[in-house]
Design a protein around this ligand. Structure first.
Ligand SMILES: [Zn+2]
Length: 212
């Protein structure tokens, strides 16, 4: 009885979290599933900002990211960290996770970008830096493209002034779509004196590849 309960507890760690095979070799997935992930491992451009992206936001990664974000399936974190590690990171002084609003934080219980950033910070041996807060998003309905951009920019506000300033930083986010929030965050970081801003994301939907 105790043993079966124990093995049930261990089950998610022993079997591939995608195909349930017992040959786990990469984080929590088997070699076959690892190779079949929708890899991208490229630099894409959004709002004229170069963004390193590990994979496409496609099955099965899209489902995993949704469960990670909205269903507290935090056991995916080591796998996502391992996926992000496939990118080549420049030398930076700190990592800035994409902030989420207080309201989202309360709903969700955590900032998924911060969890990813913490994983990378350990790997790269640099601190996490969160100098910018994010306010709740206003309704975007009925706004034109420029109004939307300025609406997004207004969401990002400087945290209480701090003496700590970094010049070379890496922004980390889970999914990049239009890149407008990355652009708005970058602008604020530039105001703080950041000179080299790099961006890394876990995934991007392929259907907006034409948007720049
Ligand atoms: Zn598998």
């Amino acid at each position: 009885m105790l043993m079966s309960r124990f093995s049930r507890l261990l089950q998610p760690f022993l079997n591939c979290s995608l195909c349930q095979s017992d040959r786990v070799t990469q984080a929590s997935v088997c070699q076959d599933c690892w190779q079949q992930l929708p890899w991208l491992k490229q630099t894409i451009h959004r709002q004229e900002i170069p963004i390193q992206v590990a994979a496409y936001y496609r099955y099965p990664l899209d489902r995993m990211i949704q469960q990670f974000k909205y269903e507290q399936q935090l056991h995916y974190l080591p796998l996502f960290g391992h996926i992000l590690n496939q990118l080549k990171f420049p030398k930076v002084q700190a990592i800035v996770p994409m902030p989420i609003s207080q309201q989202r934080l309360i709903e969700r219980g955590y900032n998924q970008a911060l969890l990813l950033a913490e994983h990378l910070a350990k790997q790269l041996n640099v601190p996490i830096w969160q100098p910018i807060l994010r306010q709740e998003q206003q309704h975007q309905k009925g706004l034109n493209r420029l109004e939307r951009l300025s609406n997004i920019e207004q969401q990002f506000v400087l945290h209480a002034p701090s003496k700590v300033r970094y010049r070379r930083i890496l922004i980390v986010d889970d999914v990049v779509t239009t890149g407008s929030s990355i652009q708005a965050l970058s602008l604020k970081l530039q105001q703080l004196g950041c000179q080299q801003i790099h961006v890394a994301c876990l995934a991007t939907p392929s259907y907006i590849d034409n948007i720049i």
